[in-house]
Write a protein of this length. Structure first.
Length: 454
């Protein structure tokens, strides 16, 4: 296949150099966007009488044929074309002759690739919204199922205060909702059209950039041709969105891994989402969750690679930018894979209400409630806090709990204590009392579910 940049060169590109230079294996997935972009460009060239109406029509129908053939598998994207843009142009010229050679009038691969990539990523964002939405719904359904399942909430991985398992799951709903809005936001900002920026300085033909921008569903053309061909902020933003979402998924995965352990046994994953060991017959391992946690590092790495790629680049296009696609594709692919597996894994898991309740009943998880009880009797919180701390230490010395400690002992510490203290530190009562907005009680879980409006 002839290079699109023949003329100035007296030699073929070295074979190793060609392989190094080619991006076709990576960018061939943008074939549809490349063809749609070219159709819009050709139609505009015809409308502006930069090329003849007949040539424009021949180009558009030639491109339609190529698109249909790639879709059907009749045309396979392979060979030594440098990239998807060269591949499509060469194929077009092979099919329709000279008219195909007019397609690139007033255009460069620099504005073309930036346009293709934005179009492609815009679609991928749609997939990610849908997957995030599915995960949010799944978590919300689980949260509803366990809206009254008491568990210990943790700080420093130490038992802290009782709350509902549903409340814990809804915390992740909020994170994924923000992730979704981050993608929406980034994708809105990305939706401007670089086409017509040319190689870097625009075109000498009377091109209509508003027209191509409209045809391709962009909000408007990019304002500065140099920015249009060198900007990769949209990749940086999307990679950051992916990284943050992966960080959230990784935290959730980590908790699932902990909860599945024998030490916790709060959660049981469905057999369809767990694996066994080749040696130890008793094992049921949370591999999917571990892979999600593991893959987060890979996305963060790609994100860093993208930042490093752009940071030293003088304007405008430099070939370094070709590296953008492998990185951002991998970020999006990895996030999608993780979301695809996370939702059904969570949908099918069960939680052990008894185990969680038992864990919540241990570890002085009602100590704050006891202090709050004294506050209700008029004691300043800091004084109550100290007093309860002393009581906990006493219990630890005697190997007992706050619930079991006799009233007589309590009264050694404060006259304010009466029989009613036992009701105040009862586990169910403690869990039910956290009714403040966004708190850990069942009522709050149900209110949060209402607010999600799923
Ligand atoms: N394959 C190239 C890329 O992905 C397309 C743009 C090439 N432009 C150029 N001036 N060499 O960035």
């Amino acid at each position: 296949m002839d290079k699109i940049w023949t003329g100035r060169f007296s030699k073929e590109l070295d074979e190793t150099a060609a392989r190094f230079n080619n991006s076709l294996p990576v960018d061939k997935r943008m074939y549809r966007q490349d063809i749609l972009g070219s159709m819009a460009h050709a139609a505009m060239l015809g409308q502006q009488e930069i090329i003849s109406e007949e040539d424009a029509e021949a180009i558009v129908s030639g491109l339609e044929g190529i698109l249909a053939d790639i879709d059907s598998g009749a045309l396979v994207i392979e060979g030594n074309a440098e990239d998807i843009h060269s591949f499509v142009e060469a194929e077009l010229t092979a099919r329709i002759g000279d008219a195909g050679r007019r397609l690139h009038t007033g255009r460069s691969r620099n504005d073309q690739v930036a346009t293709d990539l934005r179009l492609y990523l815009r679609e991928r964002c749609e997939d990610i919204y849908a997957l995030l939405e599915e995960l949010i719904r799944t978590l919300a359904r689980k949260a509803e199922e366990y809206s009254d399942a008491i568990m210990p909430g943790y700080t420093h991985l130490q038992r802290a205060q009782p709350l509902m398992f549903g409340h814990h799951l809804l915390a992740y709903c909020q994170m994924f909702l923000r992730d979704r809005s981050r993608f929406l936001d980034a994708s809105r900002r990305m939706n401007r059209c670089p086409l017509g920026a040319g190689a870097l300085a625009g075109a000498t033909f009377p091109i209509d950039r508003d027209l191509t921008s409209d045809m391709l569903g962009f909000d408007e053309p990019c304002s500065n041709s140099m920015d249009a061909v060198s900007d990769r902020d949209f990749c940086l933003e999307l990679a950051s969105c992916c990284s943050i979402a992966m960080a959230h998924l990784s935290r959730l995965a980590e908790e699932l891994i902990l909860w599945c352990s024998w030490e916790f046994r709060f959660v049981n994953l469905d057999d369809a989402f767990a694996t066994g060991s080749s040696m130890m017959p008793q094992k049921k391992n949370p591999d999917m969750a571990e892979l999600i946690r593991g893959k987060s590092g890979r996305v963060f790495g790609r994100n860093m690679a993208l930042l490093t790629m752009v940071k030293g680049l003088p304007l405008t296009y430099n070939k370094d930018l070709q590296e953008d696609k492998e990185a951002i594709f991998d970020c999006m692919d990895t996030l999608e894979d993780c979301l695809r597996v996370a939702a059904p894994m969570i949908a099918t898991m069960t939680a052990d209400r008894q185990r969680m309740r038992q864990a919540a009943a241990e570890g002085f998880i009602n100590a704050t409630d006891l202090a709050d009880h004294l506050v209700g009797k008029g004691l300043p919180f800091r004084t109550a806090y100290k007093l309860v701390g002393e009581l906990v230490a006493r219990c630890e010395q005697e190997g007992t709990t706050l619930e079991q400690l006799p009233l007589a002992v309590y009264r050694e510490y404060s006259e304010l204590f009466g029989e009613d203290l036992y009701a105040a530190i009862d586990l169910d009562a403690c869990a039910a009392k956290r009714q403040s907005l966004g708190g850990g009680s069942k009522e709050s879980v149900l209110a949060q579910l209402q607010e999600l409006k799923l």
